[in-house]
Design a protein around this ligand. Structure first.
Ligand code: 1GP
Length: 253
């Protein structure tokens, strides 16, 4: 089930090497835009692509994955908004349990239904504790999942939720303020959660500037995800990627 992506995330965490992820929502990019994003992503040494959205309403998922595969070997990880967003063309899948919410379907129900399909698939399955944090505006995920996000000033709830996720055996924690969040996750919450967990910590939602991306990595995020800001200005990829990678501990020669 765990192949090469998880060990590389674990190794990066141990060596304090930060990873930068570009989120591509197949609904929002045209294939022409994908070409521009891909070129910049290769130049910027982007570590992974997350592919997905809360609602994928067109049939672009496979085409989008194929376009990326044809252009580069940056690994593609599905970040599915629901259990129909599956494609064997990707390399891995975030198997998300929405541990900040109390909707049983998104904690375990959908997983039971998709498990036999995933078992047969070649995808690397990455069991992920997904935590929605209040980003100041109602997000699509919050509406679609029928759950409340964790208030952004309640570090103790975030800490205990992440600890429980790790104790349950989840392999990654993804704290997300939701796509296009007005307020990204505060560094104090990132630091508090990073301080009590040993599994890689992914942070996303509303990150728009290299300064914020860098501050999040310094606070303890192992992986930084940006989607919206790059959709608006693909050229930001270069600076964002440099900012995140600059926080990595220098490799000893
Ligand atoms: C959303 O964390 C991702 O699920 C990225 O958010 O689109 O706001 O960068 P943005």
């Amino acid at each position: 089930m765990l192949k090469s992506i998880y060990p590389s995330l674990q190794r990066a965490k141990k060596e304090q090497e930060k990873k930068f992820v570009v989120l591509i929502d197949p609904d929002k990019v045209s294939l022409r835009n994908v070409d521009q994003v891909l070129k910049l992503a290769i130049d910027a040494k982007v570590d992974y692509f997350f592919i997905g959205g809360s609602l994928v309403v067109n049939n672009m998922l496979d085409q989008c994955l194929q376009a990326i595969k044809d252009a580069c070997d940056i690994p593609m990880i599905l970040f599915p908004g629901n259990s129909s967003q599956l494609s064997y063309k990707a390399d891995a899948l975030l198997f998300l349990s929405l541990i900040s919410g109390r909707n049983p379907e998104l904690l375990i129900g959908k997983h039971v239904i998709s498990a036999p399909f995933l078992k047969m698939s070649p995808l690397e399955i990455l069991p992920t504790g997904y935590m929605l944090i209040d980003g100041g505006v109602p997000t699509t995920v919050s509406y679609m999942s029928n759950t409340y996000p964790i208030p952004s000033n309640k570090n103790d709830i975030a800490v205990c939720t992440a600890m429980a996720g790790e104790m349950l055996g989840l392999k990654l924690i993804y704290m997300d303020a939701g796509s296009g969040a007005k307020n990204p996750i505060p560094e104090s919450m990132i630091g508090a959660v990073a301080g009590v967990t040993d599994i890689p910590l992914i942070i996303g939602g509303g990150i728009r500037t290299p300064e914020k991306a860098m501050a999040n990595a310094k606070a303890g995020a192992d992986v930084i995800v940006v989607g919206n800001a790059i959709e608006k200005d693909p050229n930001l990829i270069i600076e964002l990627s440099q900012a995140v990678h600059s926080v990595s501990k220098p490799v000893k020669s």
